[in-house]
Design a protein around this ligand. Sequence first.
Ligand code: XIL
Length: 384
Amino acid sequence: MKIIKTEFLIKVFLCLSVSSSMFASESLKEAFSEHFLMGTIWHGHDVNGKKNTFLEKEKEITLREFNSITAENVMKPHYIQPKKGKFKFKAADEMVNFATKNNLTIVGHTLVWKNSAPDWFFQDRNGNQVSREVLIERVKTHIQTVVSRYKGKIAYWDVVNEAIETKWNPRTQSYDAFYKPCPWLDIIGPEYIEISYKAAQDADPDAKLLYNDYNLDQKAKLDFALNMIRDFKERGVPIYGLGYQAHLFLREPTLPEMERVLKKSADLKIPVHITELDVSVLPNAWKYRTASVEEQYDLASKLNPYQENIPTDVLLEQSRRYKDVFKLFLDYHDTVERVTFWGVWDGNSWRDYKPMSGRTDYPLLISRSFEKKMAYDQVLSITE
Ligand code: XIL
């Protein structure tokens, strides 16, 4: 009896003390190499308006852990064409050079996004709204110029980002989904979406084109997005797959809600890219659990509980959440082609400043002191 008890205690001890150094795989990209790409983002030299002094450290972690990289901001329209015809490629070129030299699969993000559309797109010299024809020409020129510059180098493009919105309908007691109001929709109509995909394909026929959005775990939004993609595929509009952002909280969305995204996409044979994964440990500051960058609120201390430090039990809960989520991705590895984290490490995450500036979040696998977190170990452990 005593021997059995001792053996049991040793096993418990071994389980508890398991650390990443004991795994056969030394990195995330190695651990998942047979299943999907593992990606992160390029923060670049500027994070939320401040100089990023951690870029070299981030490059080191990126090369150790990941085999894919997405531009966090440097390819967005307001960054790359802030004024009509004045393209600024320096920051994006730097990322592409780094990635190409190091064989990282590059994801271009993004060509058409309501929240990154400089006003000049929609106005003439006198400030009047441009015609449909002029706007189509401008969108095409933007896409043609940016995509062709990186032709053959960028494997995937998030062509259109966040074009679908949902609203609670009290009559039906459910959410309605529809195209999000934006100047492109007003001036061109919903065809602005397919026009964008066709322009991207013309510029680089080999690039795979994704539609990227948040809250796809909400049924109405998912169905709307999948219908759009299915319709495009049937009509020969060049779209490849669905980008599921996956900005998660500890308990929301639920695993069945997430599974529905993967299951329905699998049934329709639509490849899925998990494009912006993170698991916030903070209370949700959005009205609904969104990832909308349109909402911005004043700092509220009750929504910022871990400014000084983060309790171990919260990190433990996060590690379990990450493990469950990765198990789900593994179950659907025929459909999930890539899992990209929206950040390299906890210190430079957008969660600290959206939708509320000044919070301290811990949403990723590498800590604020560049250590592998419990969540890292849990994620790595599931492929053992
Ligand atoms: C965020 C960036 O991380 C921030 O630095 C920036 O201030 C706002 O945009 N969905 C997207 C991403 O598709 O482009 C957003 O990135 C996060 C939500």
